[in-house]
Design a protein around this ligand. Sequence first.
Ligand SMILES: Nc1ncnc2c1ncn2[C@@H]1O[C@H](COP(=O)(O)OP(=O)(O)OP(=O)(O)O)[C@@H](O)[C@H]1O
Ligand SMILES: [Mg+2]
Length: 242
Amino acid sequence: MKRQIVEVKNVLRTLDMFANLQSRSDITPGIGLIHGPSGFGKTSTVTHMVNQLTNMGSVPAFVRCCATDTPSSFLARVTKELGSDPIYPLRKSLDYIIETMNEQQIALFVDEADHIVGQSKTMETIRDIYDATELPVLLVGMEEIARRISHRKQLFNRISEWVEFLPADNEDVSMFASELMEVDVKVGEDMLDYIRVRSGGEVRRTLIALDKIERFAISNDLDFVDRAVWGDGQLFLNNSRR
Ligand SMILES: Nc1ncnc2c1ncn2[C@@H]1O[C@H](COP(=O)(O)OP(=O)(O)OP(=O)(O)O)[C@@H](O)[C@H]1O
Ligand SMILES: [Mg+2]
């Protein structure tokens, strides 16, 4: 399987959403939210967007939160991403972040924001960064994040754009198959539909299944695999066969 991003609907919706944040009017706040279940492609999509923006010369600061994050470790990570060693006290670190983002017009992307959404101080710091720069801030997290942020009114009211990652549909699964398989193998419609249903539309599990099909096609010298050709081999890890 090739390692490249397929521009399926969730990806296109995210690119549109960020373009809207960048071109918003003065009265519209600039915090965006991406949320959805694990394995649906949130991190890959944001990384893809970071690469695109970097190629266009506007490199965003991209940080990934950890379960052990504190306000201090979060600020240290953003500071490092912006090119500096940790700065203390935290107030100075915040000043450095704001100054650098303003000077270089840098947007801030925060992945795995679930880990910090319960921390008032870190979330208020993100709001401080936004208020002092008015540059796009993109928060990325799992399903629950939207509900949890909604309790933080001051931050929530600054969210003007959001994308909920939806399960892959048949067209998306078909694009993954045709764009990611290295060998020229066609996957039958019934198989694509089966993958979509059994994966629950999760990209991670979809790609694992397609990888198995590709290997199967290579080792059996096949250019077409549908459910009849696949037979009763196990395609998904769970308690039922096939
Ligand atoms: N649009 C895409 N094109 C190609 N591969 C993709 C795409 N989206 C996701 N993937 C692949 O699917 C897997 C899961 O994606 P990713 O890690 O981005 O999901 P996630 O939503 O961030 O999950 P988590 O919530 O667990 O962090 C990755 O291995 C990635 O390579
Ligand atoms: Mg992720």
